[in-house]
Each structure stands twice: as structure tokens, then as C-alpha cells.
Design a binder for this molecule. Sequence first.
Ligand code: UT7
Length: 325
Amino acid sequence: MITTRIVATGASVPDMVVTNDDLAKIVDTSDEWIVQRTGIRERRISGGENTSVLAINTARQVLERAKADSEQVDLIIVASVTPDYGTPSLACMVQKELGCVNAVAFDVVAACSGFMFALSVADKYIKTGVYRNAIVIGAETLSKIVDWSDRTTCVLFGDGAGGAFVEASTEGDGILAEELGSKGELCEILTEGQTLCANAFNEVSPDEAAYYIYMDGRAVFKFATKMVVKSAANVIEQAGITADDIAYVVPHQANARIIDVVAHKLKMDREKFYMNMDRYGNTSSASVPMALNELNEKGLIHRGDKIMLTGFGGGMTWGTMLVQW
Ligand code: UT7
């Protein structure tokens, strides 16, 4: 049986560090409030580099680490809600810069679950033998769609990209179980980037569009704790393992309190949940692969370890996977 295994990970963030104290100078907030309510201490913010720059840097790193030749890459998928353009896709921009001339390249949109959805798509192509390998990236510059005068959202988000090189395996490792889900009826609790239908015959003021991030924080919190717990339990059952068999959980880095609730409900050791939101905040589709890469770079993952990846976000959407390293 063919499975999809992760052979290399990578990440890229802008150099600019914005601390909670920096934000307290522009909105009515404090380091104490942000740390207590979210666990975030600082985030990286673009000094001008757009999402494609972060995606390309990450793709280059995973390709080098996988020791793969760019012409051998079959598939490039980038997940993002903040692409440079409507078209070309970020994936095509990555393809051009890396010279992956034989790859098929496209983007997917599933907000903070984006990397999980992109990895799932790559997995299906690989499992069915259509392609042998893929570069899968989550990349965002959320700073361009944040309302910097709204303290309820601007303290939460950051910019960055993370990704993986995945390939076909016949050794029984890789993605062993997954659950993706969508709840469109909740689509209005988290929105960004609305464009209205303006044309020569229908004038609309750009101010009427909900361009910046809007979030009903409490509703998202409730959704996240419910769906992450449910999908994690389903994936554990599907894989025929117990929670104790899992070495690490790499969750979406939205809020440390969400992770506390999830760990408690799953009766899992909180220490198994890897977190780096203190330094990067919520980077949407980049958050799970950035955290996975950090875990990997620290040498904390060993061959044979079972790792759970789980994301949730706008749509509303969620995705959980069990991966054997
Ligand atoms: O990736 C997308 C997924 N997003 C998420 O997972 C977010 C999920 N939600 C959350 O993480 C939390 O709901 C937040 C961190 C967004 C908010 O935390 P909360 O504990 O739910 O706070 P709240 O919205 O209930 O607000 C409590 C108070 C309010 O003041 P009043 O009405 O009690 O006087 C807010 O106005 O905190 C106030 N507040 C702030 N105060 C200082 C809201 N934002 C701030 C702020 N600084 N930045």
C-alpha cells in the first residue's frame, strides 16, 4: 500500500518582530491582557515582503532538505488566504522561482486549516499513484488584512510560512488517518477580504466591503474546542491507537487557552502539545507547518513517532491527521 510520508520540513518568517508592548502604543491593550488571554508575546510582521516571498523561501528550504531535484517535483500546493494576486497562484510563483518545470501547481483556500487541506489533497494524489511527491506550503501575510485599529483582532495575528516535502512510501509510515470537515453555516463568524461587485454599471464604495479580518472570538473559541476534540478522537479511533501512543500534537497556534481545553478534554498530557504562538502569534495556514518544522529542527521527532497535526479556522473548517514519522 502506498502512503504519503513527510521527508522534510521548512519555514520562513519576516525579520521584523512586533511585541505586545509595541501594539500597546497603537491600540488600547497591554502585554498582560494579550499573554493571559492568548499566550502570544510577539509576532513577525512583513516589512514589505509579500506572501510569495515567504512561500518561495520555504519551498526552497524543503526542497534542499529533501535533497530533491526541482525538475523531479510533481506537485506544488500552497494554502493561503493572503496571496499576492487573484492570479497567478502562489504555487505557480513558487514553481517559477524554483524551476519546478514538470510540476502541477495550484493554491487551496481553507483559512487556518489550509495546510491540513493542502496536505490531504497531496496525499490523495500520491496514494493513488498519480504523483510521486509534492511540496506543500501554508503561507500568509495576515498583516495586510488586519485592521490595525481593532484591538480585538490586531493582537492575534502574524506573518510567516511553513511547509513540507512529501513523497510516496511503501514502508507503512506517513499519513495513517485523517478527518477534514467544513461547517459553512458558521461562515460569518470569521471573515476577511470581501470584495463587492463593483463595475461600470454598479457603483459601490470600497468602504462597504468587509476587507479586514472580522472575528466573533467567543464563537470561534467554542467551535475550535468542540471540533478539534471531536476530530482528534475520531482520528485516534480510525488509526486504531490510543492518545498515549501519540508523541506530539501540533495544533493550530491560535490561543494557548484553546489548547488547554483540548488537552483536558482529550485527557492528554498538555506537554505533548507543541506551541510557538508566544513568538509568532496566529499565522493561519502557516501555523501548523511552522510549529511542525520547529519541532523537527529541535530534533524532538524520532523515526516511528506518531504525530497528530490539527488545524481549524475560517469557513468554518477543520482538519486533523495522524502521521507516523
Ligand atoms: O485562526 C482563527 C481562529 N481564531 C481563534 O481561535 C480565536 C478564538 N478566540 C479567542 O482566542 C478569544 O476569544 C480571543 C483571544 C479573541 C478573545 O478572548 P476572550 O477571553 O474571548 O475575550 P472577549 O472577547 O470576551 O473580551 C473580554 C474583554 C472585552 O472587554 P469587556 O467587554 O469585558 O469590557 C474586550 O473588549 O477584553 C476586551 N478586549 C481587550 N482588552 C485589551 C478585547 N481585546 C482586547 C485587547 N486588549 N487586545
